[in-house]
Design a binder for this molecule. Structure first.
Ligand SMILES: Nc1ncnc2c1ncn2[C@@H]1O[C@H](COP(=O)(O)OP(=O)(O)O)[C@@H](O)[C@H]1O
Ligand SMILES: [Mg+2]
Length: 256
């Protein structure tokens, strides 16, 4: 079968240090994968390798069966993979609507010649209006991004991430810095706007990741030591020894 995303023998060195040490992963279309692991394990680096920000030292990245390793980020994006960053990536002086329209136009810009691009402006406006509603910012449509709350800015960023219609979405710690209430609301939003898409989310809150993901990949020291259902990962003794331990007990024990 063709996977939505496949990593084969992926390795990355920085200087003499091997940070990603032979990662294999196969994600089916429509699957939601949570990626967990200690700080510095290599989760963001993995996303950088997938999204084209970094080229692997060796190994392959396949998107819908097509090799994308070594391609530029915009090329990877054009092929249907979109990524959000830990740092928000919005234009502060532009309104919510304008930010989303930029996201739509940016993705169209690489696909269309200028004339076709112009004839697609109406489509872009329509699509941006839809995105405003999808991320729940109707009431803030004309507010400058800088004047949004933190949680609203993150919602806007999700909108920008999905603006181009990518089928594979990578989110790096989307709920970082949010309160528990904001996090719960935000996870529901992420689930809604990514229905039918393939989603990979780096998340360190165990309660959150176990609620969001169909499967969990555990990254420890540049390797994936487990890739399985949340239940199986909880029960995996290697995972417990290497990393989870009390964190899993907390999530199970309703400590949240
Ligand atoms: N561009 C880089 N150059 C050198 N070292 C890096 C670079 N990016 C990340 N690292 C190192 O790689 C390791 C993994 O980092 P990272 O992928 O950000 O971890 P995580 O996201 O799991 O916390 C860390 O030790 C980090 O210092
Ligand atoms: Mg990181």
């Amino acid at each position: 079968m063709t996977y939505a995303l496949e990593l084969k023998g992926l390795r990355k060195n920085f200087g003499k240090t091997e940070i990603i040490r032979g990662v294999d992963l196969a994600v089916e279309a429509g699957e939601r994968v949570g990626i967990i692991g200690p700080n510095g394990a290599g989760k963001s680096t993995l996303f950088n390798l997938i999204s084209g920000r970094l080229a692997p030292s060796s190994g392959e990245v396949l998107l819908h069966g097509q090799r994308i390793d070594g391609k530029k980020p915009f090329e990877v994006n054009r092929l249907g993979l979109s990524r959000s960053f830990q740092i928000t990536n919005i234009f502060p002086k532009l309104s919510v609507f304008e930010n989303l329209r930029c996201g739509v136009l940016w993705s169209l810009g690489y696909r269309y010649t200028f004339l076709r691009f112009l004839s697609n402006l109406d489509d872009a406006n329509e699509r941006a209006e839809l995105l405003v509603r999808q991320v729940g910012l109707e009431k803030k449509r004309d507010v400058q991004a800088v004047n949004l709350t933190y949680a609203e800015q993150r919602a806007l960023e999700i909108g920008i991430t999905i603006a181009g219609g990518a089928q594979v979405i990578l989110l790096d710690e989307p709920t970082a810095g949010m309160s528990k209430t904001e996090t719960a609301h935000f996870i529901a939003l992420i689930k809604q706007v990514t229905v039918g898409k393939t989603l990979l989310t780096v998340e360190h809150d165990m309660g959150v990741v176990f609620g969001l993901a169909d499967k969990i990949a555990v990254v420890v020291y540049g390797e994936i030591i487990a890739f399985d259902t949340p239940a199986a990962v909880r029960a995996n003794s290697r995972v417990q020894e290497a990393y989870l331990g009390s964190a899993v007990a907390d999530a199970q024990g309703g400590g949240h």
